[in-house]
Design a protein around this ligand. Structure first.
Ligand code: CTP
Length: 397
């Protein structure tokens, strides 16, 4: 269940910080990737080096570390994860979270994240029972923060009672149940992605510049919200996300077949840059030049997968989302494309070379439905994907 999930683990400064090392080991055993963040106080209990070695990842330590900021901004870091776990969550960290403070990397990430957050409180029993901590706990629960523990037991400070951090196994169980209960839980969603390759002969083909980055990010964001994703991808540069069902295809016709096989689904998102044409009578032997005649390549139109699925009478998904890659008159062309193909929404973008969108890390899209035209800001492809996944979740609820 945690296979392929990205966990951002904030380690607070308490004696239980040593247990977070076991938590990292167990999360990784279950196939999760763990990105650790240490508060300053946590560094009194565990070393960045040991945490980094266990996670096999860079450890993020301070908001004002400019190198980290240049590599990956805190907003990005807080959103690249499927789940944020705070373990141990000290009384101080809980108070800062409840108050919306953002005065170091950990608290800034927690305030900036749009992902589920699970905290594992750990503190002295009197601190846990204090009215202030209980008030903060209520606020955090009302804010949608998930809580696991604390357990009863002998504490490092010599007292007995609630305050001991939940065992790593319980934290993992809680993490699984949070991830399973996303707003798209129980929804089956198909995503097409990447280019298609249309053979000319066994070594040559017609293709396009799609990297598959946006489709991959969409599949990952939908899965993070609990959807059961079927990812039909052409030969993309970007690897498919882990932990979802992947069907690799090469040509448009294979993609059409894989899509038909995947139906019925609740929603289908057609992010693939399908080649419009294939070569008539592609040669099964490598074509040779003879210095005189040029090959007479004739093209045939490929099936339009989006239009076919949008116009189905049986098995049509409740929500069909297409993409429109345009280079001019983006809104007008995309609006016409949505009507022509019959999909519910079309996500339009300007793929002129100067935008750097095709093959780049960012996207600037306009989401068009029959009632609305929403212009989204230029965002990373991961953020665009998360926004689209949330909009889909809202539409299906
Ligand atoms: N699409 C598809 N099957 C095709 C062609 C396109 O499913 N054979 C889908 C794409 O996945 C995308 C949408 O249709 O969701 C629009 O793709 P785009 O390339 O922008 O449009 P085209 O149909 O190719 O139209 P044109 O080339 O005229 O802009």
């Amino acid at each position: 269940m945690l296979s392929g999930k990205k966990i951002l683990l904030v380690i607070g400064g308490g004696i239980a910080a040593f247990k977070s090392q076991d938590l990292i080991r167990r999360l990784r055993e279950r196939g999760a990737t763990v990105t650790p963040v240490l508060t300053k106080a946590a560094e009194e209990f565990v070393t960045p080096l040991s945490v980094s070695a266990l996670a096999a990842q860079k450890v993020y330590r301070d908001l004002f570390d400019l190198t980290d900021e240049a590599e990956m901004g805190h907003i990005e870091l807080s959103r690249a994860a499927n789940l944020v776990i705070v373990a141990p969550a000290t009384a101080d960290l809980m108070a800062k979270m409840a108050g919306g403070h953002a005065n170091d990397l950990a608290t800034t990430l927690l305030l900036a994240t749009d992902k589920p957050v699970l905290i594992a409180p750990s503190m002295n029993v009197r601190m846990w029972e204090h009215a202030a901590t209980q008030r903060n706990l209520t606020t955090l629960s009302e804010d949608g923060i998930h809580v696991v523990g604390p357990d009863n037991g002998d504490m490092a400070c010599g007292e007995y009672g609630p305050g001991r951090m939940a065992e790593p196994a319980s934290i993992i169980d809680a993490a699984e149940s949070v991830l399973l209960n996303g707003p798209l839980k129980g929804k089956r969603i198909l995503v097409t992605s990447g280019p298609t390759h249309e053979p000319i002969d066994p070594v040559r083909y017609i293709a396009n510049r799609s990297s598959g980055a946006q489709g991959s990010a969409i599949a990952s964001a939908l899965s993070a919200l609990g959807a059961n994703v079927i990812f039909v991808t052409g030969p993309a540069d970007v690897a498919p996300p882990d932990g979802i069902e992947v069907v690799q295809v090469e040509t448009a016709r294979q993609m059409m077949e894989a899509v038909s096989y995947a139906l019925p689904v609740d929603t289908a998102v057609f992010a693939a840059a399908v080649a419009d044409w294939r070569v008539k009578g592609a040669s099964d032997k490598k074509m040779k030049k003879d210095g005189q005649t040029l090959p007479d390549l004739q093209l045939l139109e490929n099936p339009d997968i989006l239009a076919t699925v949008s116009q189905m009478t049986d098995n049509r998904p409740k929500l069909v989302v297409g993409f429109a890659a345009e280079t001019d008159d983006v809104i007008a062309n995309a609006t016409k494309k949505r009507e022509r193909k019959g999909c519910d929404w079309i996500v339009a973008n300007d793929v002129s070379p100067e935008t750097g969108i095709m093959g780049g890390d960012e996207n600037a899209v306009i989401v068009i439905s029959d009632t609305d035209t929403e212009t989204w800001p230029r965002l990373s492809k991961a953020q665009t994907a998360m926004r689209l996944a949330s909009k889909i979740a809202e539409a299906l609820s």
